[in-house]
Design a protein around this ligand. Structure first.
Ligand SMILES: *[C@@H]1O[C@H](CO)[C@@H](O)[C@H](O)[C@H]1NC(C)=O
Ligand SMILES: *[C@@H]1O[C@H](CO)[C@@H](O)[C@H](O)[C@H]1NC(C)=O
Ligand SMILES: *[C@@H]1O[C@H](CO)[C@@H](O)[C@H](O)[C@H]1NC(C)=O
Ligand SMILES: *[C@@H]1O[C@H](CO)[C@@H](O)[C@H](O)[C@H]1NC(C)=O
Length: 356
């Protein structure tokens, strides 16, 4: 009984890719080039009484408009991340538009060939809290200082900073903290940049905010789960949302190449149907099949126990390095993964756990 969660945790790790080898593919999300790269790239809000009012109108339910929010975030934050000196693809926010692009490509936004995001789409609704929310928080923190803008409101999705602070305060606060940190002149000052600083000063606050967005968004969008086209897709979506927690606790780097690696290896390129029975989906690669089979085999009631174990195994920097190796190696060797898992737990006792 007690070993079951450990085994599941290891099995679950199979769906995270090996990070060995380099990925020559730093593919940008679909239509990236067409997305606005500044707020002035959006249309003027017409029908204004004052002629010189240059307020821009952003419709986050248009794929290109939402993609533009990401592009602006990447452009404005890259100079604020010391590890991005060579390229914006090192930006740890790039994982977000990369996931969004996959959702669009696989019709998870229910765009059905158009560039509109359907408000019926559970994925599109979940992504709202990982696009509009960080964007508004970045504006609030002063990272984005450009033309004034208005967001088109749909349903009860908050569309201004004050509204979003009321609706989802924890996530807004954590995202604002992440961006406020970036703006501090001597943030995490040290003589040389290293992976510990990356972990503590950048990945930690980003993942806290990311996880809060998902945690608080899920109940708000639960009514859209039944609109997903199959029970299999429903289980995949909710399973993936929970898995993000485990990846976040291990503080995986979310730069473009790292995210593309698992996205390409393990993410289904289309919506799942009820007659999909992984690992026997002929149009999916072996790794996509394996990943799906595992994700779908996890019972929701195991989640708490698995989280508890993973919390321990990721409680300090040393243990997280091994926890990441667990996630990276399990696909190749469960024995090695088990060894790393034991190492992670051991180091969680040898070194002091992080505060909070
Ligand atoms: C302009 O806005 C007013 C008030 O919101 C509305 O009644 C009118 O139909 C709008 N006109 C156009 C051309 O959109
Ligand atoms: C990021 O870097 C790539 C490659 O250097 C460049 O083509 C692109 O314009 C840059 N900016 C964005 C927002 O992608
Ligand atoms: C992305 O993150 C991985 C893992 O930390 C790292 O090895 C790689 O160098 C990073 N890539 C870029 C372009 O920063
Ligand atoms: C769009 O695609 C989704 C997912 O395949 C489907 O459920 C929905 O009915 C489609 N909508 C229209 C208007 O075709």
């Amino acid at each position: 009984m007690t070993t079951t969660p450990v085994l599941i945790l290891l099995a679950l790790a199979l769906i995270i890719p090996s990070l060995n080898g380099s990925n020559p593919n730093e593919r940008l999300p679909t239509f990236w080039d067409e997305a606005p790269s500044s707020i002035s790239g959006y249309p003027l809000a017409s029908n204004r009484s004052v002629k010189q009012d240059l307020t821009r109108l952003i419709d986050p339910w248009l794929y290109i408009d939402r993609l533009g929010l990401y592009k602006i975030l990447i452009i404005t934050t890259t100079p604020l991340m010391p590890f991005c000196s060579s390229s914006n693809v090192s930006n740890i926010l790039f994982g977000l538009p990369s996931q969004f692009g996959w959702q669009f490509d696989s019709n998870r936004l229910f765009s059905n060939g158009s560039r509109k995001i359907s408000t019926d789409s559970w994925w599109g609704a979940a992504n709202y809290y990982l696009s509009v929310i960080p964007f508004l928080a970045a504006v609030d923190a002063g990272v984005i200082q450009q033309d004034s803008f208005e967001l088109v409101q749909r349903e009860n999705f908050c569309s201004s900073s004050s509204e979003c602070f009321r609706e989802i305060p924890e996530a807004m606060t954590l995202w604002r903290t992440f961006f406020t940190n970036l703006r501090q002149a001597n943030y995490c000052q040290s003589n040389s940049f290293d992976n510990r600083i990356m972990d503590r000063c950048y990945l930690a606050p980003m993942w806290s905010a990311h996880r809060a967005s998902i945690r608080y968004a899920l109940p708000m969008i639960a009514s859209k789960i039944p609109l997903l086209p199959s029970v299999t897709e429903q289980r995949f979506g909710v399973g993936w949302a929970h898995l993000v927690d485990f990846i976040g606790m291990a503080r995986e780097n979310t730069n473009l190449s790292n995210v593309l690696k698992y996205q390409d290896a393990f993410f289904p390129y289309r919506l799942l149907r009820n007659d999909d029975h992984p690992p026997h989906c002929p149009d999916f690669s072996r790794t996509v099949n394996q990943g799906l089979e595992l994700l779908l085999s996890i019972k929701p009631e195991w989640n708490q126990e698995m989280l508890r174990l993973w919390q321990r195994a990721t409680c300090n920097y040393e243990s997280r390095q091994d926890a990441q190796r667990v996630l990276q190696i399990a696909a190749i060797s469960k024995t090695t993964a088990l060894k790393y898992y034991s190492e992670a737990v051991l180091k969680s006792y040898l070194h002091e756990c992080d505060q909070n």
